[in-house]
Design a protein around this ligand. Structure first.
Ligand SMILES: C[S@@+](CC[C@H](N)C(=O)[O-])C[C@H]1O[C@@H](n2cnc3c(N)ncnc32)[C@H](O)[C@@H]1O
Length: 223
């Protein structure tokens, strides 16, 4: 599991203690995922709390997540959505890995949100195009992008079609552990993250904020 960039252990503990306790299914997802070698892919509990609130602030009834991993962020989001809209909420949870979706589904069942999460296995570029074909243009309230960094520009283009006016998109990892501010880092992922930040910054179709929550969270609201 990740911790917010720049915070030491003491401040991280304070931030976690200042937030409300996770529901048991989120706690189990976090604790069991921590035993995996790739656990740093998971968002932090404070980012989960933040996403819960953004979902509530946008009144999210229809949402899309790209990059599920073991299901923590989708569970946090779907729980807020189901509290507001009951079984009418729908979160499309996209990942290339059927194995990971299978793990996530155990936590979603535990958190009583399996009925409002529709897992979609495959490359998210195709999944998003499919959602547009299925008539979801301008129907989506909230999107969270936390997958392959070089895909972010494509996900943003699709998001501008899918989001309703006032809908919000969050891009995770836009600080990339600080690499984006290091001119010596020119790998594809770092360059893609710089590019999406620059693109959103100059895009008149959205309001935006670049924040240092987690590993950097770029937020945009469609006008
Ligand atoms: C950083 S993890 C997501 C963490 C997750 N949001 C959480 O809360 O724990 C990134 C995920 O993106 C998935 N992924 C990578 N490339 C993808 C693609 N092109 N389409 C869909 N999912 C992808 C990976 O399989 C992985 O599970």
């Amino acid at each position: 599991m990740s911790r917010s960039i720049g915070l030491d252990e003491t401040l991280t503990a304070y931030v976690r203690g200042a937030n409300r306790e996770e529901i048991p299914a989120l706690k189990r997802c976090r604790e069991e995922t921590a035993k995996r070698d790739d656990a740093r892919m998971q968002i932090s509990p404070e980012q989960g709390a933040f996403m819960d609130l953004i979902a509530r602030m946008t009144g999210a009834k229809t949402a899309v997540e790209i990059g599920v991993y073991t299901g923590y962020s989708a569970l946090a989001t779907a729980r807020a959505m189901k509290d507001m809209h009951g079984e009418n909420a729908r979160l499309f949870a996209c990942d290339v890995s059927a194995d990971l979706i299978g793990i996530a589904e155990t936590y979603w069942a535990d958190g009583d949100v399996a009925d409002v999460i529709q897992p979609v296995i495959g490359d998210a570029r195709r999944t998003l195009a499919g959602l547009v074909e299925d008539g979801l243009a301008e129907q989506v309230d909230f999107m969270f992008v936390d997958a392959d960094k070089t895909g972010y520009p494509d996900y943003y283009a699709a998001a501008l079609t899918l989001l309703r006016p006032g809908g919000v998109i969050l891009f995770d990892n836009v600080l990339w552990s600080g690499s984006v501010a290091n001119p010596e880092k020119t790998d594809d992922d770092t360059e893609a993250l710089r590019a999406i930040t620059a693109k959103v910054r100059r895009d008149d179709r959205v309001h935006m904020a670049f924040t240092a929550i987690g590993d950097g969270l770029l937020m945009a609201m469609k006008k």
